[in-house]
Design a protein around this ligand. Structure first.
Ligand code: SF4
Length: 438
């Protein structure tokens, strides 16, 4: 399934469509939809010295000239994922507190600065660790990186109940396209061919998970993932010059939205969940407003042993009430897993991402020319990413409309049913179970 996910496969679908049109067989036509991740857009913008809006419009032109029917920006599915993750965190925290109070489980550490949050107990058999049921496990660990999920499933089964059940932006986009949008078009999900342009190869792996396969219609939510690098290869194969390309308007799901303009997405390009979840839970759990993680306002940010491990602490009267962390790259993930296993994690939430520097540095992104140091390049791509003005996901009109029109309102049972997923411990005989190139 994964090997089939290439831009060649997209060419084949477009060719079949062309043939079906020539033969006058509309029943054989597939609606082709392309969703572009903002990190991919930023990588192309940095490479070709364009603005994110120019890239979005020129990519829309490029794909449509090949025969693609709709081109969407995925920033809003990321907002969906952020809102759901934040809501899930608040629920877990409240449930954790409730259980803690009833069992007096809370333990202060020696300095009384932070609290041990991990609630793992030793099971009776083989000394294996057994966490409580998912609804109260802390720290909640981010779920949007398939490299990390795959690693956890293959090597650390005990940690799966700590991973957020909220689907990633890619998979939420898949649902929107194959469920909401298909119904709007009046077609079945298998009549849409949905392509994601993403920053890493592991997103192909994510799209191929059986959890995201629709048995009824025998189709995946995301049929094919093309990396930023593969898209760049398509430019060459099609003799397409993005620097001088005409532009087309982006498609949008609702008429009430920004008419082909770009929407920014909250958070950084590296992982981007932590900022919003911290700000949201400070408000929802403690009534604290005005926290701005990016500007280090109302939160104490501490860099750990290396720049890819950071702690974010929210204090009241000099006492920590929320402690978050970001752990990028294999070494930091290993240390974190060890801490959780031994019950020494002081964190409520950790943004875990497999790549050093996170998604902005994903394996599918475009590389800088030889004379540009990688550090400068990552900073440049990140700046471009952030140059698209963002708004709070809670104010995103498209998201709010979709909650009402498609999901029967925010926090509805339908939201939980379709926006959340599960993880599975996998027995493996592989010597190196990691899929990603760390
Ligand atoms: Fe992909 Fe790396 Fe981002 Fe994980 S951190 S989703 S492996 S680019």
């Amino acid at each position: 399934l994964i090997t089939m996910q290439t831009h060649e496969e997209l060419y084949n679908v477009l060719k079949s469509n062309e043939q079906a049109t020539q033969e006058g067989k509309p029943e054989k036509l597939k609606t082709v939809v392309v969703s572009i991740a903002p990190q991919s857009r930023a990588s192309i913008a940095a490479t070709y010295n364009l603005t994110p809006l120019q890239v979005a419009k020129r990519l829309t032109y490029f794909f449509k000239s090949l025969g693609v029917n709709y081109v969407f920006d995925t920033s809003f599915s990321r907002d969906f994922s952020l809102l759901e993750s934040a809501q899930e965190f608040v629920e877990r925290y409240q449930e954790h507190q409730r259980k803690q109070h009833s069992s007096s489980f809370l333990v202060n550490n020696e300095n009384n600065e932070s609290r041990k949050i991990s609630k793992i107990k030793r099971g009776v058999n083989n000394g294996e660790y057994q966490p409580d049921s998912n609804d109260s496990n802390l720290p909640m660990l981010a779920s949007s990186c398939p490299g990390w999920i795959c690693y956890a499933e293959k090597t650390h089964g005990f940690i799966l109940p700590y991973i957020s059940e909220t689907k990633s932006p890619q998979q939420i986009m898949g649902l929107i396209v194959k469920d909401y949008f298909a119904k709007k078009l009046g077609v079945t999900p298998n009549n849409i061919y949905h392509v994601g342009v993403m920053m890493c190869y592991d997103k192909k792996l994510e799209a191929s998970r059986p959890d995201f396969f629709d048995e009824d219609y025998q189709t995946r939510d995301v049929d094919c993932v093309i990396t930023t690098g593969e898209l760049n290869k398509m430019f060459q194969e099609q003799n397409y010059n993005i620097k001088v390309s005409p532009e087309s308007f982006l498609d949008s799901f609702t008429k009430t939205t920004h008419d082909g303009q770009l929407l920014g997405s909250a958070g950084s390009a590296s992982g981007g969940n932590l900022e919003f979840i911290l700000e949201y839970s400070a408000r929802e759990l403690f009534g604290i407003t005005g926290v701005d993680v990016d500007k280090e306002k109302g939160v104490i940010v501490k860099i750990g042993r290396n720049k890819d491990f950071k702690e974010f602490t929210l204090e009241v009267d000099k006492k920590p009430i929320l402690k978050f962390a970001s752990a990028y790259g294999f070494r930091n993930i290993q240390n974190l897993v060890r801490k959780i296993k031994s019950g020494n994690s002081p964190y409520h939430y950790v943004e875990v991402m497999a790549c050093p520097s996170g998604c902005i540095n994903g394996g599918g992104q475009l590389k800088p020319s030889e004379n540009i140091p990688i550090k400068n390049w990552i900073a440049e791509v990140n700046n471009i990413y952030k140059s698209v003005g963002s708004q709070s996901p809670e104010q995103n009109e498209i998201v709010l409309n979709l909650y009402n029109e498609w999901l029967e309102g925010q926090n509805s049972p339908k939201c939980k049913e379709i926006l959340r997923t599960q993880y599975h411990a996998v027995k493996t005989t592989l010597v190196n179970p990691l899929i990603v190139n760390w």
